[in-house]
Design a protein around this ligand. Structure first.
Ligand SMILES: [Zn+2]
Length: 260
């Protein structure tokens, strides 16, 4: 079996839908082909990510409450407008639809806000999973650094020509964070810079790429399968930091990278 065949069979292989003979052929190929193993890993990671119940959009209690309040308010307005004297009815009757229209506009606007914030969160959750998968892969595949160096003047220029931006590579050795190199990685549908720092025996992957969205440099912290993930959007750069280091120390690194 060659790679082309193997790629065709992989989804069915993952779903356990192949016969014994085909299954064995795929296994044999996977055993000696690292590329296809990586593809299998990626498909598996994607599948796991998509199964996450958090991805299902459920309105928050707050959103339902606001919606109900808007509808109640509209109903009240309408009831009021149905009680005026015949004169008022003649004057204003034709504008009775206004409260209902306002309620409708409000509902649509609230719904949109909700959908957008939800999309942002789901997107972040997908990235967080990819960040963790990349971190684990970089440790397992023994491919932690493309450019092994503790010198930022070696690491920073190495990215030149490989990325469409120049990543900041701070020297944090005085704070106890040893730079051990850089790596080219792929996240959120684009090539990104990965900086690798070390503290004691812990490797830390710092993924960064240009932030084109709004800046929000409050550091968000997530605990995932024994790993810590930090994320914030600086004015120019989006950061994702991941390690098995304890959360308090990792937060120190986050603040040092953020610069305050
Ligand atoms: Zn292959």
């Amino acid at each position: 079996m060659n790679c082309d065949n193997s790629r065709v069979y992989l989804p069915a292989y993952l779903d356990d839908e192949l016969g014994v003979a085909e299954s064995l052929l795929v296994q044999k190929h996977l055993f000696r082909c690292e590329d296809c193993r990586r593809t299998l890993d990626q498909q598996q990671a994607l599948r796991t990510a998509l199964r996450d119940p958090d991805l299902a959009a459920r309105p928050s209690a707050d959103f339902s409450k606001r919606l109900q309040a808007a509808v109640r308010q509209a109903a009240k307005e309408e009831a009021r407008s149905q009680r005026p004297s015949w004169l008022e009815t003649m004057r204003f009757g034709s504008f009775r639809w206004i409260p209902a229209a306002i309620a409708l506009v409000l509902t649509v606007a609230l719904g949109w806000l909700f959908v957008i914030s939800r999309m942002r969160t789901s997107q972040d959750q997908l990235i967080a999973r990819a960040v963790l998968a990349d971190h684990i892969r970089s440790l397992q595949a023994n491919h932690l650094v493309d450019v092994p160096s503790s010198d930022r003047h070696t690491v920073k220029p190495w990215f030149q020509g490989k990325l469409d931006f120049s990543p900041p590579v701070p020297d944090l050795s005085e704070l106890g964070w040893t730079l051990i190199g850089g790596r080219l990685d792929y996240l959120d549908g684009r090539p990104v810079a990965a900086l690798i720092y070390k503290r004691r025996m812990h490797n830390i992957n710092v993924f960064l790429w240009p932030n084109h969205g709004p800046a929000d440099d409050a550091i968000r912290q997530e605990d995932a399968q024994g790993y810590q993930i930090l994320h914030w959007n600086g004015a120019e750069t989006t950061y994702w930091v991941v390690s098995d280091l304890n959360s308090a120390e990792l937060l120190q690194l986050g603040r040092a990278l953020r610069g305050h």
